[in-house]
Write a protein of this length. Structure first.
Length: 427
């Protein structure tokens, strides 16, 4: 299958070949033809599958059929859950539209809105946005969605996880009913299906990689190890394997900071990336990681989502996620584009139930191993007693001296309601 046979125009074929792509990825093969036919599409695809080109190329082709109007109203709106993903989609849109007369821009929170407003006032055909900033600017009357022909929801499942459902519904109420809508999601929960049926019209269902087989090209191993030995074990893997470009996942922001500091102390350059970091710090960390000056990026699930880092050789789960689908997202960061990757999970005795949940989702057993010198000795009872003691000590401390300490496990769960609304505000 070639890009020509998908029915793309010369301007887009030229842009694709400039990017160095020779063959369409499975999601592109399946999504591009129905989108070109004007159909609504509900697609299951993760980052790394080429989904961005899968919706951008046909969208550009359809938009380019009508010559630009003088004032350039917004004709296409792409919503993404995070600033990073918004910026990456924008980069892709610019690259794919390089031979077209098309203007695009990106807006997201956490940065001054004035430059964004100035660009919007000059008129753009395509707007890529996170929901928070979009609604802010809509409320201020700085933009109108009344001429939108295309609405794309990218990583819709993550948008729901982050508590954006009301914002999405608000946006839907502001775009014309007559439009083409594309919804991309890595997973199809009940909530996603409900959202899809409320906003899509007779959608074509496109599934590139069924969610539980994405792990096929990834070499996965779990290592049983005590909590207190995890940092030492990670350091050993990275140093002895001489690994570069390692993405490490932690469950909490504090955990990410702590681990990153410890790795730095051990002489392994690293940076933490999570929702409490400024946009500037995140962009800098990602750039350093991509060019090799930062060897290890320690990330939380939400922050890592949508990062465009092709061909990542190593992913380490410092802690397993409590949501099995997050495991699939995490290890989807490696083994991309035909290259094989390695995913390692460090598993404490208290994380065994997460292993079982992941195995159930994947429909296979995860190989389990122990590194000599790191044999686990913790028991569940000991860990429970320790947690109870920490909690009691924490309560005994005056509130003022608790500031800046790591959040307790319950309070820092990435799925807690509080966190959802915090993430929502930050994105
Ligand atoms: P995405 O899933 O859209 O984030 O894309 C993941 C990566 O694959 C990006 O670095 C794209 O530039 C790249 N990519 C997209 N389509 C293709 C293709 N047909 N051939 C090779 N690489 C591609």
């Amino acid at each position: 299958m070639s890009f020509q046979s998908l029915g793309l125009s010369d301007a887009l074929l030229k842009a694709v070949s400039k990017k160095g792509y020779t063959t369409p990825s499975p999601i592109q093969e399946k999504a591009i033809p129905p989108i070109l036919e004007g159909k609504d599409v509900l697609a299951s695809a993760q980052t790394g599958t080429g989904k961005t080109a899968g919706f951008t190329l046909p969208m550009l082709q359809l938009l380019a059929k009508t010559p630009p109007q003088r004032r350039r109203p917004i004709r296409a709106l792409v919503l993404t859950p995070t600033r990073e993903l918004a910026a990456q989609v924008f980069d892709n849109v610019k690259e794919y539209s390089v031979f077209l007369d098309m203007k695009s821009t990106v807006i997201f929170g956490g940065v001054n809105q004035n430059p964004q407003v100035r660009t919007l006032r000059q008129g753009v055909d395509i707007l890529i946005a996170t929901p928070g900033r979009l609604l802010d600017l809509l409320n201020q009357g700085e933009l109108s969605l009344s001429k939108v022909e295309f609405l794309v929801l990218d990583e819709a499942d993550r948008m729901l996880d982050m508590g954006f459902v009301r914002d999405i519904k608000k946006v839907i109420s502001l775009v014309p009913k007559k439009r083409q809508t594309l919804l991309f999601s890595a997973t199809f929960s009940k909530d996603i299906k409900a959202l899809a049926s409320s906003m899509l019209n007779n959608p074509i269902l496109v599934e590139a990689t069924p969610e539980n087989t994405t792990a096929e090209k990834v070499d996965q191993t779990t290592y049983r190890v005590d909590k207190s030995k995890k940092t030492e074990l990670i350091t050993k893997f990275i140093e002895e394997g001489n690994w570069n470009q390692v993405l490490v996942f932690t469950r909490t922001k504090h955990g990410a900071n702590r681990l990153s500091q410890k790795l730095d102390k051990a002489g392994i350059t690293s940076a933490a990336i999570h929702g409490n970091k400024t946009q500037n710090a995140r962009t800098k960390a990602l750039a350093g990681f991509k060019k090799g000056s930062i060897r290890v990026l320690v990330a939380t699930d939400i922050a890592a989502r949508g990062l465009d880092i092709p061909l990542l050789p190593h992913v380490i789960n410092y802690e397993l996620p409590n949501v099995p689908e997050d495991y699939v997202h995490r290890i989807g960061r490696t083994g991309r584009a035909g290259a094989s990757g390695e995913a390692i999970s460090l598993v404490g005795v208290d994380e065994m139930e997460y292993v079982r949940g992941i195995e159930k989702l994947l429909g296979e057993r995860l190989p389990s191993s122990v590194v000599p010198g790191f044999e686990p000795t913790d028991t569940i009872e000991e860990l429970k007693a320790q947690a109870a003691e920490n909690k009691a000590n924490h309560r005994r401390q005056p509130r003022s001296s608790r500031q800046g300490q790591g959040a307790s496990k319950g309070a820092s769960s990435s799925r807690s309601k509080n966190n959802q609304s915090r993430h929502r505000r930050k994105s």
